[in-house]
Design a protein around this ligand. Structure first.
Ligand SMILES: Nc1ncnc2c1ncn2[C@@H]1O[C@H](COP(=O)(O)OP(=O)(O)O)[C@@H](O)[C@H]1O
Ligand SMILES: [Mg+2]
Length: 243
């Protein structure tokens, strides 16, 4: 496996002493969906913010595409797309105008940007509404616009932080399909969730975090075999109860 993301002995302390992330290490390869799993407060968002250079960390090392994420923060950021549930849009602008705006922030050339918008519009089935005002969008349309926005710059790494929380079945399906497609395109995908059912369906390998510490790091299949349980929810409960 060619590692695209390497997290080594990551520690993050907020304020004094309390460790939100306590010595976490993992690698994510090209063309895999990697599950970052754990209950609320486990430290998932903290890890994601550290990888995406938004948050400084206490100790450890993170590399993205071989670049140190503190020394080359700008280049690392240019290679990462992040999707959370709360990405807003400018409601007075159309979907296309929103995407142009964010593409320009990434310094994309007009021609590349226009082509990328067409591609994403097709992929995410946005053609019918991309030129309508975002303020008029349904939840599902907003979600598709949010996805398009987070990957407008064609990043090698895509990180989804609890992307399906609070979404209806159809909108969740859109997100899952997009993750699957990103994997097929050879991107490195991190999928953070506390919903084991989604993780089990999508992930190749997972790390399970509890109170900032790693309780498991393996393929979904191996975890099931090792713990002798039928599904990831059981694995999770077993590990978190004993861990
Ligand atoms: N800005 C912050 N200041 C202090 N503590 C924080 C901050 N952000 C998160 N935490 C704490 O760090 C821990 C991990 O939080 P978080 O990374 O958001 O977990 P998750 O995304 O898995 O729900 C929690 O105990 C949370 O209260
Ligand atoms: Mg979180």
């Amino acid at each position: 496996m060619e590692p695209i993301i390497t997290v080594k002995n990551l520690v993050k302390e907020y304020g004094e002493g309390a460790r939100a992330v306590d010595d976490v290490s993992f690698e994510v390869g090209a063309g895999e969906i990697f599950g970052l799993l754990g209950p609320n407060g486990a430290g998932k968002t903290t890890i994601i913010r550290a990888i995406s250079t938004i948050l400084s960390f206490t100790s450890g090392k993170i590399e993205v595409l071989g670049m140190d994420n503190q020394e080359k923060a700008g280049e690392v950021r240019a290679n990462i797309g992040i999707l959370t549930t709360d990405i807003g849009a400018y409601e007075r602008f159309s979907g296309r105008e929103n995407l142009r705006y964010f593409g320009e922030l990434y310094g994309m050339e007009k021609k590349d940007l226009d082509e990328r918008i067409e591609e994403l519009s097709r992929l995410l089935d946005m053609e019918a509404f991309i030129d309508k005002r975002a303020g008029k969008y349904s939840t599902g349309m907003k979600q598709r616009l949010a996805i398009a926005r987070s990957v407008i710059h064609n990043p090698r790494v895509i990180i989804f932080d609890e992307p399906t929380s609070g979404l209806d079945v159809l909108a969740s399906q859109t997100v899952r399909n997009f993750m699957q497609r990103s994997k097929e395109e050879g991107r490195a995908v991190i999928f953070s969730t506390h919903q084991m059912y989604d993780a089990e369906k999508l992930c190749d390998r997972v790390i399970i975090i509890h109170k900032g510490k790693t309780v498991a790091y393996d393929s979904v299949e191996n975890l099931k075999i090792k713990t002798g349980t039928g599904d990831l929810e059981d694995v999770f409960l077993q590990l978190v109860a004993t861990g």
